[in-house]
Design a protein around this ligand. Structure first.
Ligand SMILES: *[C@@H]1O[C@H](CO)[C@@H](O)[C@H](O)[C@H]1NC(C)=O
Ligand SMILES: *[C@@H]1O[C@H](CO)[C@@H](O)[C@H](O)[C@H]1NC(C)=O
Length: 198
């Protein structure tokens, strides 16, 4: 019984690591702010960039027709990282650009930005540079309203505060596992209790 529980928990933990995260716009904005790696005045530009290149999916991975590979939220090209061990211009493992930890990705993206500017991402020039829509939207996010230095818009409704995309939560492997663990733990506890009673 103990081993079963251990295996279930180990499995849940592994799935937690392997499962990519898709942020909502507001959650991404506040997570980016928490990294303290990007200037507040550019937050909208970064959020726009991420939306256009990866759909806010931390595990986004694409290969171009010519075979170039792009990793993660910022779709960082492979010359900035190295497979299996830290390397490339950002001295990072490419695999680390696909996990839920956005700090290392962001540090690398900021490095690219300092060397090349936002124009490095051609999509940023075509779809973000002259479009303030996303910048205006994130100032309505509940977590950001008071922390950004800019007069807050009046018309804001409370919305999905801690909003990781969870619409399909119950059907995901993750939640199925989580529920089965809870059930196992519960039945284990009941068993223990009845043993004590006897
Ligand atoms: C996130 O990206 C991965 C890899 O490209 C893909 O398999 C997965 O379906 C994407 N998730 C969503 C919710 O789009
Ligand atoms: C998921 O399942 C739980 C019970 O297991 C239920 O309370 C909840 O409403 C469900 N959520 C969705 C989005 O279906």
């Amino acid at each position: 019984m103990k081993i079963q529980i251990f295996l279930l928990i180990a499995c849940l933990f592994l799935c937690e690591l392997c499962e990519g995260k898709v942020f909502t716009r507001c959650q991404l904005s506040s997570e980016l702010q928490k990294t303290k790696l990007i200037q507040k005045s550019f937050l909208g530009s970064w959020v726009c960039l991420i939306e256009k290149v990866s759909n806010r999916n931390t595990s986004a991975y694409t290969v171009s027709p010519s075979g170039k590979k792009f990793y993660g939220l910022y779709q960082i090209p492979s010359k900035w990282c190295k497979l299996q061990k830290p390397g490339g211009d950002c001295n990072i493992k490419c695999e680390d650009l696909l996990d839920d930890d956005i700090r290392d990705d962001t540090a690398c993206a900021v490095k690219i930005y300092h060397q090349e500017g936002f124009k490095y991402w051609t999509v940023w020039t075509t779809r973000c540079k002259n479009d303030n829509f996303i910048t205006n939207e994130i100032y309505k996010c509940p977590d950001l309203r008071f922390s950004l230095d800019r007069s807050s818009p009046v018309n804001t409704q409370p919305q999905n505060r801690h909003g990781i995309h969870k619409s399909s939560e119950n059907s995901s492997l993750h939640s199925i596992l989580k529920r089965s663990i809870l059930q196992t733990l519960q039945s284990h506890r009941v068993e223990e209790q009845s043993r004590h009673i006897n």
